[in-house]
Design a binder for this molecule. Structure first.
Ligand code: OAD
Length: 244
């Protein structure tokens, strides 16, 4: 397993480090990815379900799909890739994860500095009063749509197609990207914006960009170094280099 001398040296000297994560990091925990080999989208069509219009048209169907994913996620655990990122939070002076994943596995691994830019699948929100609900139970067969005390329908509190990411989370992310010396881009196909454009911001500010992915992606061309393989294999090795 070859790491460049430049990367080895940056692993020792970098103070501000950021990891952008996508579905690939959770693949080794048993959470299907959206795209790529074995991706969830081969069996389902989330672009048809993960949007507000679909929810209004058929909330039972949308909730059934989310309950299927919530159940799956509630039964899985972080893998060596997640735990390596937890170690990095303690090894670097400043280390943040910007994740597109809604599975909460970074928090489960122990990381505290996590921006969940697409939300968290376990959290829900009233479409009328915006109240956040943390206790919506998983129903295998949806008999009734969860309702808020105000009477409004409750939806998963994740970012759907056509919806904007919170301004605050974007601002926080831009600041981290501008300040970092080293950026890891892990297990994301680079198809979904704005996150797919985040590496450019770090690059413009002279960060060294390292992609970890089992395949080449649409954003591989931006990278300074590409580690082609599983996140759960590469990340623990990177932690070893930092420690030794
Ligand atoms: P994708 O499913 O688009 O991409 C997953 C990437 O992970 C692919 O490039 C795979 O090659 C790679 N991969 C698979 N297994 C891996 C492993 N063990 N180690 C490293 N890489 C691996 O997932 P995202 O890029 O995260 O948005 O998708 C972005 C967004 O699209 C998601 O957050 C979701 C979806 O629409 C929302 O739900 C809003």
């Amino acid at each position: 397993m070859e790491f460049s001398d430049k990367l080895k040296s940056l692993l020792k000297s970098s103070k501000n480090v950021v990891a952008i994560c996508g579905a690939g990091i959770s693949q080794e925990s048993g959470v299907p990815t959206f795209r790529g080999k074995g991706g969830l989208w081969e069996k389902y069509r989330p672009e048809e379900l993960a949007n507000f219009d679909a929810f209004i048209k058929n909330p039972v169907l949308v909730w059934e799909w989310y309950n299927y994913r919530k159940k799956l996620i509630s039964e899985v655990n972080p893998n060596p890739g997640h735990y390596a990122l937890y170690e990095m939070e303690n090894l670097f002076e400043k280390f943040f994860i910007i994740t597109q994943n809604v599975d909460g596995l970074h928090h489960k691994a122990g990381n505290k500095n996590v921006i969940e830019i697409h939300g968290n699948i376990m959290h829900s929100k009233c479409i009328e009063c915006d109240k956040i609900h943390y206790d919506v139970p998983i129903q295998e067969k949806v008999v009734s749509i969860p309702k808020c005390e105000c009477g409004g329908m409750i939806r998963p509190n994740v970012v759907w197609f056509g919806e904007l990411i919170s301004e605050n989370l974007l601002m926080d992310s831009y600041k981290l990207l501008k300040d970092c010396q080293l950026l890891f881009v892990i297990g994301t196909s680079g198809n979904v914006y704005p996150v797919a454009s985040f590496p450019i911001i770090a690059k413009e500010n002279d960060a060294y960009l390292v992609e970890i992915n089992t395949e080449k992606t649409t954003i591989s061309y931006m990278m300074d170094e590409i580690l082609e393989g599983q996140a759960g294999v590469f990340l623990p090795k990177i932690v070893e280099i930092i420690k030794n």
